[in-house]
Design a protein around this ligand. Structure first.
Ligand code: DGL
Length: 283
């Protein structure tokens, strides 16, 4: 590789993808932790939700999105979606010659390090919980830990409706969390992109004795380490341009770009000016 090629690759963006808007909670952590990096975000808003779909379908969708992100010359990819991380990461990473990470391993590692009583709860979509992947990764860290999973399918539509503190959401959350809390968990993985937005409600129900683990934090940290170890960090000189500089963060969806833009503006620390709409089935 020529020196100029290496320098160009370091300046390339990171591809981040999710089934829709939820992955913005992961993008937000990457933006906070790695302010020097560029991001191309893709939200598959035409085909959301992923949480109730089969492994084959999620692998097919992930392959298409990765093909799109490669057209944007990304240097690394983050699967921000828990469901796609659980069902597709193993498969797609074999096919890639650039680094790719998901959110499950970083989340599982933090939870295994956080628990004191060895009882961890995991909440996520049906597909994530049924995959058993969080349990697998936690037990790789420490086989003595007991893992209690609970699918919470109503959380995603409630968050997208903006009912973050609504009494209806609180009642739903109590029902979902009750069994896990009765097991005596001391750590709870928020194993779905949308759940960090329910953090204060979940905190209210779970109480202060339960540590809430947001895999997005640890994923952003792990991404930073990965870029460093692979010599892929963006050089400091782009900092002079102010934050965010034009083109630093670019957003694409497969449908309903306006709705996505409104949601993004409520989550991200800056205004998203344009969201491009692409036909993902073409990739
Ligand atoms: N992004 C998905 C996840 O983290 C939640 C939304 C969906 O079901 O697509 O699992």
């Amino acid at each position: 590789m020529k020196v100029t090629d290496a320098a160009m690759i370091r300046r390339a963006p990171i591809g981040v993808f999710d089934s829709g808007v939820g992955g913005l909670t992961v993008a937000r952590e990457i933006i906070r932790n790695l302010p020097n990096e560029k991001i191309v975000y893709f939200g598959d808003t035409a085909r959301v939700p992923y949480g109730s779909k089969s492994k084959d379908t999620i692998i097919r969708f992930s392959r298409q999105i990765i093909r799109f992100l490669r057209t944007q010359n990304v240097k690394a990819i983050v699967i921000a979606c828990n469901t796609a991380s659980a069902l597709a990461l193993d498969e797609v990473e074999k096919e890639l010659d650039i680094p790719i990470i998901g959110v499950l391993k970083p989340g599982a590692k933090t939870a295994a390090e956080t628990t004191k009583n060895g009882k961890i709860g995991v909440i996520g979509t049906e597909s994530t919980i049924n995959s058993g992947m969080y349990r697998k990764f936690i037990c790789e860290q420490n086989p003595d830990i007991r893992v209690y999973g609970k699918a919470c399918p109503l959380f995603v539509p409630l968050v997208e409706e903006g009912w973050l503190k609504d009494p209806v959401t609180e009642e739903v959350a109590r029902r979902y969390l009750n069994d896990l809390l009765q097991e005596g968990i001391d750590s709870l993985i928020l194993g779905c992109t949308h759940y960090p937005l329910l953090r204060s409600l979940i905190r209210k129900i779970a109480g202060d004795s339960v540590s809430l683990v947001n895999p997005a934090y640890e994923t952003a940290r792990e991404l930073g380490e990965l870029l460093k170890s692979e010599g892929l960090e963006n050089p400091e000189d782009e900092k002079d341009k102010g934050r965010p500089y034009p083109g630093q963060y670019r957003f694409f969806v497969s449908d309903a770009a306006d709705k996505f833009g409104r949601f993004a503006n409520s989550i991200l620390p800056f205004e998203v000016e344009t969201t491009g709409k692409i036909n993902i089935e073409e990739y």
